[in-house]
Design a protein around this ligand. Structure first.
Ligand code: FES
Length: 162
């Protein structure tokens, strides 16, 4: 991985916003993940070069956050809440349905997550960090299919942080 010329310019612009370049690690990781679909070892090394630190330091920062994916996650990250409120109104059934439906689909990465802070509208999921609420399994799958077909436009896999 190398930043594209456009993303390298964006990265340098982000770095310039901070008095300490080290503070730009997280937004640069978002740019890299949106470009490649996941945060590669090579990307972390390039980020380290750009901010003047070590790849291990970048990995140490990024590994704390689950939003940074350490393996390819396709175009759509589908985060299904199974925490307490969603648990009692069907979250696990949505997760199982989506896991089964997209098990062989490289474009869709289904993950189980903790509370999305949408308990009042449970069960909830996010697609590339866009909220969808009051779901049942078939509705959740229809939403993911709408993203796949282009009816709904997904943000980047980092949630559109540009
Ligand atoms: S428990 Fe699912 S959004 Fe809070």
């Amino acid at each position: 991985m190398s930043f594209t010329p456009e993303n390298l310019a964006r990265a340098q612009s982000v770095i310039a916003q901070y008095p300490d370049a080290h503070s730009a690690i997280l937004p640069l990781a978002h740019i890299a993940q949106d470009q490649d679909g996941w945060l590669t070892t090579e990307a972390m090394a390039e980020i380290a070069d750009l901010v003047g630190t070590t790849p291990a330091d970048v990995q140490g920062v990024c590994s704390f956050y689950t939003m940074y994916k350490r393996r390819p996650c396709g175009k759509l990250v589908v985060s299904v809440c199974t925490n307490v409120t969603c648990l009692v109104v069907g979250g696990p059934e949505i997760l199982e349905h989506l896991n089964d439906r997209y098990a062989a689909d490289d474009d869709v990465f289904v993950e189980e997550v903790e509370c999305l802070a949408a308990c009042g509208n449970a069960p909830a999921m996010q697609v590339n960090y866009e909220y969808h609420e009051h779901l049942v399994p078939e509705m959740a799958a229809a939403i993911v299919d709408d993203y796949k077909s282009g009816v709904l436009q997904p943000r980047g896999v980092s949630g559109g942080l540009k």
